[in-house]
Unconditional design. Sequence first.
Length: 345
Amino acid sequence: MKVVTVNPQKSTMMGGVETLIRSLHRLFPGENYELYEHHPSYEHFAEHESVSYRAFGANGKLASKLNQVKALGQIDLQAGDVVILFHPNDLLYLPISVMRKCKIVLVQTNKFSVYFKPFSKLVMQLLHRVIDVFTVYTAQDQQALVALFPQLENKIKVIPRGCKLASANRVSQVGKRLVTIARIDEEQKNFTSMLEAMKKLPQDYVLHIYGDGTDSEVSSLKAALNTIPNVEFKGPTSDVESTLKQYSLFLMTSRYEGFGQTLIEARSQGLPIVAFDTFDALSWIVDEGENGYKVPFNDETVLSERIIQICEDADLYQAFSTRALEKATETESAVVDRLWIEALA
């Protein structure tokens, strides 16, 4: 069985979708293909030896999409092969021969209010019959998708993101070292609110921000940190497990997310989580008052209060860290891999 993934970004970059693509090619080794649009400025991960990487990007969106159709058509795909898409609009760029021969899998990558723009909904109405499997993060997402497209009810598989990290074998240590790992993108990640919350904390709290982004985004973030001495930008990390072990609590202030890959990684190392409640999957990752807190969007005062509540109560911290490790079993690689194997069988 060949597996073909189609995504704007190459999977050698950082990101939740990119992590998933690497995992899928690892799980289904063979004559696989990865089609991507944008050449990465920096590759954080090595290419997989059994994957053929093909760029289809060109000058102009139309030219890129025509190249996408051509690239798919040039692969010798047969019945039983699988094409995995990460955006509904990419259904438009499947050659008819691929639609007829292959299993077409569409993967949820964001909350549906972001994932389905008006044009994407039209595409779904026209081409829903092409989809063989639609994977969603949670049962709540499944219900939301059926409400939008009842005709997909029997094609939906609930598959959470898998955590590539081995779970820690002991609880984390209480302290005042905070961390976030994210793509540096203010529009989505909302670092402004995170920094405002840090200003409300005592000066012995420290926040380190890890991630990568465009030069302009990174420069803007660094400029914002000039007046906040207890926050530091650390750049990208390719050793997430070792990085997380240095901290006591994970922060997220995103305006929206699909699933929150870094949250399950933090959870696997026993870190309590404090995050803005801006996406459905958060309720599945964080049990309120048990392994973290969900905070109303942009309420920086409550965000800072929740941080203090966890980090200055050793007994509460230990209980949260213990519960984080218990919940981490839900997204262990073996569990999620089995769900993918069943979905693509």
